[in-house]
Design a protein around this ligand. Structure first.
Ligand SMILES: *Cc1c(COP(=O)(O)O)cnc(C)c1O
Length: 409
């Protein structure tokens, strides 16, 4: 049973507007997703009825806010099938989650240790590891991507040489935000564990788009952002296995994360509180819990089929355009397509598309080293989500044809 995708569109107020006199066609979901009314209403309801600080209050509003905040944590744990809600740490998003784990794990690294990443990482899963390597003296290495357009994905044969016992951390993305590649997360986590390395998975592009089970994947840490899965901005999650979190030093200290404090020192609470110093983002955590309800009511299997079908269709139609170079896998891919024209710059493509009401993204997509390796400075990306339709792909293709004609390309 598939949901009615047109009813889905009705749930998103922002979609029903014109841009430059044309109906909005929002194809920039890889950067951020739109919010259903249920999420927007939950935020308003919280501020109108329940707003209060959490954990330290004994009055009615504080208890209500605490229950709702901790309820959201449990909801997120169920969403990713964590064994325990204490394994869910609320952060500002993927970037903050990875910084937290990179700084905290980095403090335990030393010269001779290796941090392994891949050539397809977003800057947010790259620069924090560069910093951790610099601070600790550890070496940062990369699993290469294969193929002129990275169509071959990660070089899993090279992984045998790269995954040595010196590797302490293996950080990689689940779905590439530039290529659409879906990495074999369970296999990568298993191979990391076999050499005693901790796995850190960047799930920013996957968690709202596909069923995801941290226990089945066997990952040690996993990071994602609320705003890419129909939740609010400013909220995200770091998942970590309980046994690991209780040994991990906090990155930030202050109120709310301490068990007891003296003038000369303090003791930390267990996870998750030890990683949530200060007043947390209560409202947006609650909103994110509602986003989980929304996505699960539709079913992430159905969302995945829908996104993937749109990406397949877009890929096939884009391939008919003259002078186009399509990046990433030719077969199964996540719900996005990245491409470059021989004679038209991505910024011109995006500007022309905007005149037609179509929202695309052009640039390096926070993947500069990969772009350089592929001999590109930028690409144009169309990224899909549950409210997009096949008709919107027709609008995209017509817009691109108009652009190519203008540039006589
Ligand atoms: C968007 C994205 C990030 C960063 O997410 P923020 O919400 O900006 O912190 C990291 N990795 C990937 C793969 C992304 O797509």
């Amino acid at each position: 049973m598939s949901p009615s995708w047109n009813d889905v569109r009705a749930d998103f107020p922002i979609l029903h507007q014109q841009v430059n006199g044309k109906p909005l066609v929002y194809l920039d979901n890889g950067a951020t997703a739109q919010k259903p009314k249920a999420v927007i209403d939950a935020l308003v309801r919280y501020y109108e009825r329940d707003n209060s600080n959490v954990h330290r209050g004994l009055h009615a509003l504080s208890m209500r806010a605490t229950d709702a905040y901790e309820g959201a944590r449990s909801r997120l744990a169920r969403f990713i099938h964590a064994a325990d809600p204490a394994e869910v740490i609320f952060t500002r998003g993927t970037t903050e989650s990875i910084n937290l784990v990179a700084r905290s794990l980095g403090a335990k690294l030393k010269a001779g240790d290796v941090i392994l990443a891949t050539e397809m990482e977003h800057h947010s899963n790259l620069v924090p590891w560069q910093q951790a390597a610099k601070a600790s003296g550890a070496t940062l290495r990369f699993v290469p991507v294969v193929g002129a357009n990275a169509e071959g994905g990660l070089d899993l044969a090279a992984l045998d040489q790269l995954l040595t016992p010196q590797v302490k951390v293996f950080a990689f993305t689940h779905i590439s935000n530039t290529l659409g590649t879906i990495n074999p997360v369970a296999e990568l986590c298993r191979r990391a564990r076999a050499v005693g390395a901790l796995s850190v998975v960047d799930a920013a592009q996957s968690v709202g788009h596909t069923p995801l089970d941290v226990q089945a994947l066997g990952c040690d840490y996993l990071a994602f952002s609320g705003h890419k899965m129909c939740g609010p901005t400013g909220i995200g999650v770091l998942y970590g296995r309980r046994a690991l979190l209780d040994q991990l030093a906090p990155d930030e200290t202050g109120g709310g994360m301490v068990a007891s404090v003296d003038f000369d020192g303090a003791r930390w609470k267990p996870a998750p509180e030890r990683f949530e110093a200060g007043t947390p983002n209560v409202a947006d955590a609650i909103g994110l819990g509602v986003a989980c309800d929304y996505l699960d009511a539709l079913g992430r299997d159905a969302i995945k089929r829908h996104d993937h079908a749109l990406a397949r269709r877009a890929y096939a139609e884009l391939a008919t355009l003259p002078g186009i170079r399509l990046l990433g896998p030719t077969g199964e891919r996540g719900g996005l397509v990245s491409f470059a024209f021989e004679h038209v710059h991505a910024h011109d493509v995006v500007t022309f598309a905007d005149e037609d009401g179509v929202a695309l993204r052009g640039g390096h997509h926070c993947n500069q080293p990969l772009m350089r390796k592929l001999g590109l400075t930028s690409t144009t990306r169309a990224s899909f989500y549950l409210y997009n339709t096949p008709e919107e792909i027709d609008v995209l293709i017509a817009s691109l044809r108009r652009t190519l004609k203008f540039f006589q390309a």
